[in-house]
Design a protein around this ligand. Structure first.
Ligand code: ZN
Length: 105
């Protein structure tokens, strides 16, 4: 199944399969941002009831380019919103990447 368009991606992120898979990944990664962990500054908000809002499960290889890895656990890791945004340059290069703007503001 391809995830080329925003509509297809939205549908995927609302699917039961994704919901179940991201919970597995969150548990596996102990609700810690793996990128922060690699940098030695573990960001964990285990005691924060809003944790699910601030931690994302990221596709290491983009969903768009590797649809076959969409639910592959090895291709998924927990990132905090900050690292996730940095990875996708969503804020820094917003002018170049206008296609994301409506999604995030
Ligand atoms: Zn992080």
């Amino acid at each position: 199944m391809p995830y080329k368009t925003k509509e297809q991606q939205k549908k995927f992120y609302k699917s039961k399969d994704w919901e179940a898979t991201r919970l597995i990944v969150l548990e596996r990664d102990n609700y810690e941002c793996q990128e922060c962990k690699r940098q030695g500054k573990v960001y964990t908000d285990k005691h924060d009831p809003d944790k699910h809002k601030r931690l994302d499960v990221d596709h290491i290889k983009d969903l768009e380019d590797y649809p076959e890895l969409a639910l592959e656990l090895d291709n998924l890791e927990v990132l905090c919103v900050k690292c996730h945004n940095r990875k996708h340059n969503r804020f820094m290069f917003q002018k170049k990447k206008n296609k994301w703007a409506d999604e995030w503001w």
